[in-house]
Write a protein that binds this ligand. Structure first.
Ligand code: PLP
Length: 398
């Protein structure tokens, strides 16, 4: 195949707070698995808006769901009143999972903050007032708000903003250390990502998860799975943990839930839901009729067994092809992943590979300094994956 070389010019940021290190490209249009700049250059998207655009761009079903939702005239009415779409969405998530109840919010970090509150509320009922601690794992990312940041193992993100929320600590991904740290009297919850995304794409071992489950159950500690990035089809299962045989007590979702509209969710098991009282937590926008209608469509699409099995098969193939790059290019040290979430450890800063791939029309992102992350839309075909791999190999070999 011929590889195009683009030389994108950095667009101005105007009054936008320059808090993001944006790539030097401005997109004006998207379709399927591709984004386009104003000059009509196409970029194959292996980022998906950071694991958001599972259905790609310009999806006809999403557009129809939006039009239908608009027809009622109800974008938002607040949680002071009942509306049907939020209830239907909660039912759809509960039917497909371990959960009996669902709380809606607006982002992944918010979902985790909500889960911490629900876990503490429940822990207070099964333990004493001293059962408050939240434990996160080495390599974790749970968001940038004060409690979610406290559970996030990224020193550079944390240091300038101390003090973070108290009562949150980080443990090694080691069952012995967890056994020593998870004190039944003081620990309310353990949070983990079944596949750590930002922390370098690390698929946690099912055996480890089973041991964690046994420990937390025995000590009455709420087990929270953060599936904000790895959930909703990305691993080839609707929920990542469904591939492990281990169920959490609470689960958080966000990113692809409403096709790019901001939405997060906390799924609660029966016992924890029963401990939550009216007024314990709230958010103005959470689960509004418009966003919930769109999310209902997304959930139905992402539950499709054919889509999920294609993600599993193509994902296994993608992993094999990436592994071949270790020997073929000599520039990849290791690859890790499952389904449509993969990380490749590279020999130079991953940001350089990302920048060079952009010039050749392939969007990638990083997961730590030396890991390139691939997050193709779940609609990407094997041919799309092959096209991206060819560009990546060319960049690595250059
Ligand atoms: N949890 C995980 C696993 C994530 O990957 C992210 C974002 O990347 C978050 C939480 C935070 O989500 P948000 O950026 O929507 O607050």
């Amino acid at each position: 195949m011929t590889l195009t070389m683009f030389a994108p010019a950095a667009p101005a940021t105007g009054a936008l707070l320059p808090i993001y290190r944006r790539a030097p490209v401005e997109f004006v249009r998207g379709r399927g698995v591709e984004l386009f700049d104003a000059d009509g250059n196409a970029y194959l998207d292996f980022v998906s808006g950071i694991a958001v655009n599972a259905l790609g761009y310009d999806d006809a079903g999403v557009a129809a769901a939006m039009r239908e939702a608009m027809a009622s005239g109800l974008l938002h009415v607040s949680n002071l009143y009942h509306t049907a779409p939020g209830r239907q969405l909660a039912d759809a998530l509960a039917e497909r999972s371990f959960a009996s109840s669902v709380f809606f919010c607006n982002s992944g970090a918010e979902a985790n903050e909500g889960a911490f509150k629900f876990a503490r509320r429940w822990a207070g009922t099964v333990g004493g007032s001293g059962k408050r601690e939240i434990v996160g794992l080495r390599g974790s990312f749970h968001g940038r708000l004060f409690a979610s940041l406290a559970a996030t193992d990224r020193p550079a993100y944390r240091a300038p903003f101390r003090p973070l929320a108290g009562g949150v600590t980080i443990a090694e991904r080691d069952i012995e250390e967890l056994a020593a740290m998870l004190d039944a009297e003081t620990v309310a919850a353990l949070i983990l990502e079944p596949v750590q995304g930002e922390g370098g794409v690390r698929v946690l071992d099912s055996g480890f998860l089973r041991e964690v489950r046994a420990l937390t159950r025995e000590r009455r500690i709420a087990l929270i799975f953060d599936e904000v990035q790895c959930g909703l089809g990305r691993t080839g299962r609707l929920f990542a943990h469904q591939g492990t045989g281990v169920e959490p007590d609470l689960m958080t979702l966000a990113k692809p839930l409403a096709a790019g509209l901001p939405m997060g969710a906390v799924l609660l098991n029966h016992e924890i839901a029963d401990s939550v009282k009216p007024g314990d937590h709230a958010t103005t926008f959470g689960g509004g009729p418009f966003v919930a209608s769109v999310a209902l469509h997304v959930i139905e699409r992402l539950s499709d067994p054919a889509l999920l099995s294609t993600v599993r098969d193509n994902g296994a193939w993608l992993g094999q092809q990436l592994s071949l790059l270790i020997g073929r290019t000599g520039r990849v040290r290791a690859v890790r992943g499952v389904g449509y979430i993969w990380g490749a450890d590279v020999h130079i800063p991953a940001g350089e590979i990302v920048a060079r791939s952009l010039e050749r029309g392939l969007l990638l992102c990083t997961a730590g300094e030396y890991t390139v992350r691939l997050l193709p839309p779940l609609i990407a075909t094997r041919d799309d994956l092959g096209r991206g791999l060819a560009i990546l190999e060319d960049v690595l070999s250059a």
